[in-house]
Design a protein around this ligand. Structure first.
Ligand SMILES: Nc1ncnc2c1ncn2[C@@H]1O[C@H](COP(=O)(O)OP(=O)(O)O)[C@@H](O)[C@H]1O
Ligand SMILES: [Mg+2]
Length: 235
């Protein structure tokens, strides 16, 4: 099976210091691939390297067969990479509708097809279309951030800790919606998460990162092994 995204031997870091020491993984159509690891191992740096906010020092990032590792972030978005940063970063002073319009710039043709779909997936947004995003709850802002990434019709979406600071019932809702989206659209998701409940309930596989490497890839069955997970997260 060809991968939607094929990441090979990625190295990157900040100012001379390396954080990632050769990360490789593949995301397939319709898959939710989780990425876990202790704080500071490089998960966010990896996401930022994939979207192009941290320059790729070495290795390759192929999206649907095409190398994108040298592209600017907007070009990667245009080619089908969606990104939801850690901490969401919705535009608080803009309305829900305006936030979605920003996301639509990634690919206006695909956005015209996706516009109705994303509000169907996240109906809470429909009711708040003219509300300023900054006045909404954390869970609503997270749903908006995901919808903003989806509206450009991406092939792959990178989600960095969507559960952070959100009440459990909304985390469940977001998880269920992600499952539905991947099943119905074939979009692939890379999900960085600390919430092992969410990972266990929706991930198809799970990569474990330590010190800038993927040290293991777990099956769904292994994800249920609490001792193994505890060991990897060194809780
Ligand atoms: N903007 C930055 N400048 C310099 N170092 C950074 C920056 N962001 C993160 N780091 C460092 O990179 C390492 C990995 O951080 P990060 O990718 O945020 O880890 P994680 O998301 O797994 O918690 C840490 O040692 C962190 O201090
Ligand atoms: Mg992080």
């Amino acid at each position: 099976m060809t991968a939607l995204m094929d990441v090979s031997d990625v190295e990157s870091g900040y100012g001379g210091g390396k954080v990632l020491n050769g990360v490789s993984l593949r995301i397939h159509k319709g898959e939710i691939l989780a990425l876990i690891g202790r704080n500071g191992v490089g998960k966010t740096t990896f996401m930022r390297t994939l979207i192009g906010l941290v320059p790729l020092a070495r290795g390759s990032i192929r999206l649907d067969g095409r190398e994108v590792g040298g592209d600017k972030p907007y070009a990667r978005a245009q080619k089908g990479m969606g990104y939801v940063p850690q901490g969401r970063e919705v535009f608080g002073a803009l309305t829900v509708e305006e936030n979605l319009q920003v996301g639509a710039q990634a690919n206006r043709r695909r956005a015209s097809e996706m516009r109705d779909k994303v509000v169907d997936y996240f109906p809470v947004l429909k009711a708040k279309f003219q509300q300023k995003a900054g006045t909404m709850s954390g869970g609503e802002q997270q749903q908006l951030a995901i919808a903003r990434a989806l509206i450009g019709g991406p092939k792959v979406v990178l989600l960095d800790e969507p559960s952070e600071g959100i009440q459990p019932s909304i985390v469940d809702l977001i998880g269920e919606t992600l499952l539905k989206i991947t099943k119905e659209t074939g979009i692939g998701v890379l999900l960085v998460e600390q919430d092992m409940g969410m990972v266990e309930s929706i991930a198809t596989r799970c990569c474990v990162m330590d010190k800038g490497h993927v040290i293991d890839t777990l099956t769904r069955k292994q994800l249920a092994d609490e001792n193994l997970i505890r060991q990897y997260l060194a809780l």
